[in-house]
Design a protein around this ligand. Structure first.
Ligand SMILES: Cc1cc2nc3c(=O)[nH]c(=O)nc-3n(C[C@H](O)[C@H](O)[C@H](O)COP(=O)(O)OP(=O)(O)OC[C@H]3O[C@@H](n4cnc5c(N)ncnc54)[C@H](O)[C@@H]3O)c2cc1C
Length: 353
């Protein structure tokens, strides 16, 4: 893996205001303002959160960008994401922390614009057993340990902090419109091989998510199936996450379009069929955490395949004909969480003039 890491950037354990300063300073090696570049024609494969975030950054740097994708929003996995900023099932941890923090800062800014569907929300991560001090969560805004009255019945410990919540249907629409407004073009096109892209462009950015399994024959990619339910119910002002409970994964994410109840993370499963029993079990688990959900109306069921991989693939691969492919896929359950950080890392891999 080859990525651009700026050693002057603080690790995850730093204060976020400090990080904000570091990320916006011109000292970052990921900052293309430092890099001499001519205008390039770039073909991006994929129109999920990764393809669009990368495409936007490239257009903002003055390049010409077109996207080819089999599916466009609202029909991407990114549209299914719940989505809360949380590094989940994505690796390696140090890079995930780095990309995640850059993305966090970007979401803080986007939360100022209601069009984006991004808001900052208080979250409660809850546990049935006592837990130690969390490694990185203490650096999130308004972090504190939960007291007994903060916890639902059956839970004995928890962390409370503020994080970005992203209403993905609205956010993906916002990204697509922003990409087009900047002059990017989009074509629906399914590729059977990377050669089709290389016949079109000497510079290809591959953001095809789980699709890279077939496109490149990458056997390291595997699906992690997730099912969620959107309900319309009470107005909640915090999200809950129980990742370790004996009943299974449970999360409750209030959004403007309803409340997302999750979830599942079935590694290796890829049948995209909503399972009614699973949906009922999700609702039951969530209602035990938040009893006000009792009687909430089911508005929608959703299912998607997270692109699981032991390690995100973010690297440049030179081609025999002199072309360059930059791969950016395999972000597991954290593609939204890592999107802007990975887009910066991709930018740093673009060839210089
Ligand atoms: C239920 C659920 C909940 C989730 N919750 C969260 C969350 O809370 N926070 C978070 O950060 N993440 C969450 N995720 C994970 C997140 O959705 C993924 O990590 C993210 O969507 C990956 O983005 P991507 O752009 O790489 O892939 P995708 O969104 O899958 O986009 C891939 C693009 O590539 C295209 N493509 C693929 N193959 C080809 C081909 N051969 N030719 C042309 N185009 C092709 C597709 O059509 C699509 O346009 C969740 C996922 C699920 C399923």
């Amino acid at each position: 893996m080859s990525v651009c890491i700026d050693s002057s950037l603080p690790p995850f354990g730093y204060d976020l205001p400090l990080l904000a300063k570091a990320c916006s300073s011109s000292a970052s090696c990921c900052d293309l303002r430092e890099k001499e570049q001519s205008v390039m024609d770039i073909l991006v494969l994929g129109c999920g959160v990764m393809g669009l975030s990368c495409g936007i950054r490239m257009l903002e740097a003055g390049h010409k960008v077109k996207i080819w994708a089999r599916d466009l929003p609202p029909n991407t996995t990114s549209n299914v994401a719940a989505a809360v900023w949380f590094p989940y099932k994505a690796y390696p941890q140090d890079l995930v922390n780095h990309w995640g923090l850059i993305t966090f800062q970007e979401f803080v800014k986007l939360a100022d614009d209601p069009e984006t569907g991004v808001v900052m929300l208080t979250g409660k991560e809850i546990f049935e057993q006592p837990v130690g001090d969390p490694e990185w969560r203490t650096q999130l805004p308004n972090y504190r340990r939960a007291s007994a009255e903060d916890l639902p019945e059956g839970y004995v410990d928890g962390y409370i902090y503020d994080v970005p919540v992203i209403e993905t249907p609205r956010y993906m629409f916002y990204l697509l419109e922003r990409f087009k407004r900047l002059g990017g073009t989009v074509e629906v096109r399914e590729l059977k091989s990377l050669d089709e892209a290389l016949a079109e462009s000497k510079l290809v950015v591959n953001c095809t998510g789980l699709g890279s399994r077939e496109l490149l024959g990458d056997k390291a990619l595997y699906p992690i199936r997730g099912q969620i339910v959107r309900v319309v119910g009470p107005k909640l002002d915090a999200f809950y996450l129980d990742d370790y409970g004996h009943r299974g994964l449970a999360y409750i994410i209030p959004r403007q379009d309803g409340i997302i109840l999750g979830g599942t993370a079935d590694e290796g499963a890829e049948e995209l069929v909503i399972d009614q029993a699973t949906a009922e079990a999700i609702i039951e688990r969530c209602t035990l955490i938040e009893p006000r959900l009792k009687g909430a109306q089911v508005a929608e069921h959703k299912i998607g395949l997270r692109p699981g991989r032991a390690s995100v693939r973010l690297e440049a691969e030179a081609q025999p004909n002199g072309a360059l492919v930059i791969h950016n896929y395999g972000h597991g359950g954290a593609g939204v969480t890592l999107s802007w950080g990975c887009a910066e890392a991709v930018m740093a891999l673009l060839p210089s003039a």
